[in-house]
Design a protein around this ligand. Structure first.
Ligand code: ASP
Length: 312
């Protein structure tokens, strides 16, 4: 059997041991372990990387701790508007949705766009119509309500700014930020790469704001010739740098290793323009990189040899 591997993230930011309760840390670790297991079960049985990344992302979309699906943050108007993207490294097929409400698992809708439409990206009402047509599961708005997120919105409204997830409002004064999005990348036993990303975006975001996550080559990308990658962080800066494709291009055209390319883009170029966050990626040989320039990133990986889950 060829090499297989899977990596996941649940958002990056100023995540510190000193401000995290032991109980909450345990919950996050449990959530990450569960997401890894969901994807690994698929890969281990010889399943495809596309199915594996989907399973891992669904697991985090269903977990209110993460800013995606059920745990999505609120927009300024008190809605949950979600973005998601998926890409298949075999044929560069991709599907994405932006600004969708009420869909239980936006990643499944992105997959549906990839497989059942001739388009790459559907947004808002049209995407929801497409979801109904394809019998995807919808949930009432109460399903997406979490007290923590609602309180975050109330605080954010007072400041008049939009914030990335996990924001500690004390830290805002110190200009420190927290992020939230979920993602998964995988290499399957056929040597195929895939990436999936899903997010509620930013707390208090204004109407129509779309981040980097559903944008192909920016927040999410997969190409069997280079890598599969999922990003999390200050979306607008990731868009300026076309982060995902930039790392892929450095590997393809400059023959850089995944580690070197990721380090250059995240720890040099992104910092230079004031952006923060991180990426998870896997290359065609199964090398895994979890790279971030923030204090922490909920993350993990698994392959035949080892399993790792980290936060700080
Ligand atoms: N990148 C996401 C966005 O800008 C948010 C995040 O990763 O925390 O929508």
């Amino acid at each position: 059997m060829k090499k297989i591997g899977l990596a996941i993230h649940g958002g990056a930011g100023t995540i510190r041991r000193s401000t995290m309760s032991r109980l909450l840390e345990k919950e996050y670790r449990k959530g990450l372990e569960k997401a890894l297991k969901s994807g690994w079960n698929v890969l281990e049985k010889g399943g495809s990387s596309i199915d594996a990344v989907c399973e891992s992302v669904i697991s985090m979309e269903n977990n209110p701790l993460f800013n995606a699906g059920k745990g999505s943050v609120f927009t300024h108007e008190g809605k949950n508007e979600m973005d998601a993207a998926i890409m298949n490294g075999v044929n560069l097929e991709n599907g994405a949705v932006a600004g969708v409400t009420g869909i239980k698992n936006p990643i499944l809708l992105a997959k549906c766009v990839m497989e059942k439409s001739e388009f790459s990206l559907l947004c808002g009402k049209g995407a929801e119509k497409f979801a109904k047509k394809n019998k995807l599961t919808f949930e009432p708005k109460e399903y997406f309500y979490t007290e923590k997120r609602w309180n975050q919105l109330q605080k954010a409204i007072k400041t008049g700014q939009a914030f990335l997830d996990h924001t500690n409002f004390e830290d805002i004064k110190k200009k420190e930020k927290y992020y939230g999005t979920v993602g998964a990348v995988a290499l399957d036993s056929n040597g195929n790469l895939a990436a999936a990303t899903s997010t509620g975006g930013m707390t208090n975001k204004m109407f129509g704001r779309i981040g980097d996550s559903p944008l192909n080559g920016i927040g999410n990308y997969a190409d069997n010739n280079s890598l599969a990658i999922s990003c999390t962080g200050s979306g607008e800066y990731f868009i300026k740098l076309t982060v995902a494709y930039r790392i892929s291009a450095l590997m393809t055209y400059k023959k850089m290793s995944l580690k070197k390319a990721a380090d250059y883009v995240i720890n040099k170029k992104l910092i230079e323009i004031g952006g923060d966050g991180g990426i998870i990626a896997i290359d065609k040989k199964g090398n895994i990189v979890l790279c971030f320039n923030s204090e922490g990133m909920y993350r993990g990986y698994v392959n035949e040899k080892e399993k790792f889950v980290g936060i700080y």
